[in-house]
Design a protein around this ligand. Structure first.
Ligand code: F6P
Length: 335
C-alpha cells in the first residue's frame, strides 16, 4: 500500500510557508464547520440568525457561526493582513506585518443547510504589499489574476478540499478517523467538451439574448445546431455545481439577468467568481462574464457582483462568441 499524503505534507512542497500557514488555519476552521454540519439540527444550527448580510440576504445561523470561526482564526494568524467576507459589510484588518489577504464566502449555498444538502466554504488568497499599515478595502481590490491561492472546502456526503496555488489543482478528502485531509488527486483536469450544463432556468425571461439563444440551442439537443443532447443539473449551491464540473465536466452559468434592476448577476467577484475561476482555469477549463475573462476584471468594490460562465472551455468560448456576434456586453450594454 502506498503511503498517503496529508495536506500538511502537500503544503510543505507546494506552498510558501506563509500560504501553508493560512491554508492550515482555513483547514482547521473547515473541520470545525464540518463537525457542526454533521451534528445538524442537534447542534442548534438550523434556521435564521435574524439578521441580513450586506447583500440584503437573510443570514442563517451557520452562516454567522462559520464566518466567526474563519474570521477569528485568520486574524490571529500573523501572516494574515486582512480578511473580507460575504457576511461582513466592511473588510477586517488583521496583522499589519502580514503578507496575505484572505477573502471568503463562509458558507456558500446556505439555503441548503436546513434541507441537509451540500454547502461549502470558498476562499481566495491575495498578496498584501503595505506592511506596517492597516489593510483597507482598496488593498483587496486586485484582479483575480493576482491570486496566490484559492479553493473550496465542500461539506457533502464527505468533506473535501480543492485547492490551487497556480500550478494545477489538488483535491483532498477529509478522513474522520485521523481528522486530516488526505490527497486523492494531485492534478485535477476537466474536459474541454461536455454535454452537461447548470443554470437556473426559471430566470430565462430575464436573460440577455446570447444566453437565451445558447440555452435554446442546448435544449434542442441533437435536433438543433449543436447536434447532440445535453443534460441539465442545478444544485443551487455554486460550490456543488463547480465541484461536479471538476469531477465529471460541465458548464456552470449564473449570467446577467434583468430580474433585479441594478444587480449585474448574482454571484460575487471577490469571494465566489475569482476563486472558482482560478480553480477551473488551473484544471484546464475557462471562465468569463460573457465577454471578458473573469480574472482580468479590475474590481471596484469588495461585494461586487458579476455574471459567471465557467467550465468546459469549448462551451465557454461558444458563449463568448454568441455575445460577440450579438454585439452585447456582459452587462447588457450594446458594443
Ligand atoms: O451565493 C449565491 C448562490 O447560493 C450560489 O451558490 C448558487 O449558485 C446560487 O446562489 C443559487 O441561486 P438560485 O437561488 O437563483 O438558484
Amino acid at each position: 500500500m502506498t503511503a498517503q499524503t496529508t495536506l500538511a505534507q502537500y503544503l510543505e512542497s507546494h506552498a510558501t510557508p506563509e500560504l501553508a500557514s493560512i491554508m492550515t488555519t482555513l483547514a482547521t476552521a473547515s473541520v470545525a464547520i464540518s463537525h457542526l454540519l454533521d451534528k445538524g439540527a442537534l447542534a442548534g444550527i438550523h434556521g435564521e440568525a435574524g439578521g441580513q448580510n450586506v447583500q440584503g440576504e437573510a443570514q442563517k445561523k451557520l452562516d454567522v457561526i462559520s464566518n466567526d470561526l474563519l474570521l477569528n482564526a485568520l486574524i490571529h494568524n500573523p501572516n494574515c493582513a486582512g480578511v473580507a467576507s460575504e457576511e461582513l459589510d466592511e473588510i477586517s484588518p488583521a496583522n499589519d506585518d502580514g503578507t496575505l489577504l484572505v477573502t471568503f464566502d463562509p458558507l456558500d449555498g446556505s439555503s441548503n443547510i436546513d434541507i441537509n444538502m451540500t454547502v461549502g466554504t470558498i476562499f481566495s488568497i491575495l498578496p498584501y504589499h503595505n506592511q506596517g499599515q492597516k489593510a483597507c478595502e482598496s488593498d483587496f481590490l486586485q484582479k483575480g489574476e493576482n491570486q496566490l491561492g484559492a479553493g473550496y472546502f465542500i461539506y457533502g456526503t464527505s468533506t473535501m478540499l480543492a485547492v490551487t496555488f497556480g500550478a494545477g489543482v489538488a483535491m483532498f478528502s477529509f478522513d474522520p478517523m485521523t481528522q486530516t485531509y488526505i490527497l486523492i488527486n494531485d492534478n485535477v483536469r476537466i474536459s474541454e467538451q461536455t454535454a452537461e450544463y447548470a443554470i437556473n432556468a426559471s430566470n430565462r425571461r430575464y436573460w440577455l439574448p446570447p444566453i437565451q439563444q445558447y440555452i435554446e440551442e442546448l435544449v434542442q439537443g441533437d435536433t438543433g445546431i449543436r447536434q447532440k443532447d445535453y443534460n441539465t443539473r442545478w444544485v443551487a449551491a455554486m460550490i456543488a455545481d463547480v465541484h461536479r464540473i471538476l469531477i465529471r465536466g460541465g458548464v456552470f452559468m449564473y449570467p446577467y439577468d434583468t430580474k433585479i434592476a441594478g444587480k449585474a448577476g448574482k454571484l460575487r467577484l471577490m469571494y465566489e467568481a475569482n476563486p472558482m475561476s482560478f480553480v477551473i482555469e488551473q484544471a484546464g477549463g475557462a471562465s468569463t462574464d460573457g465577454v471578458e475573462r473573469i480574472m482580468d476584471i479590475a474590481p471596484t468594490a469588495i461585494h461586487q457582483r458579476i455574471p459567471v460562465v465557467l467550465g468546459a472551455k469549448e462551451e465557454v468560448d461558444y458563449v463568448k462568441a454568441l455575445h460577440e456576434t450579438a454585439g452585447i456586453l456582459a452587462n447588457g450594454d450594446r458594443v
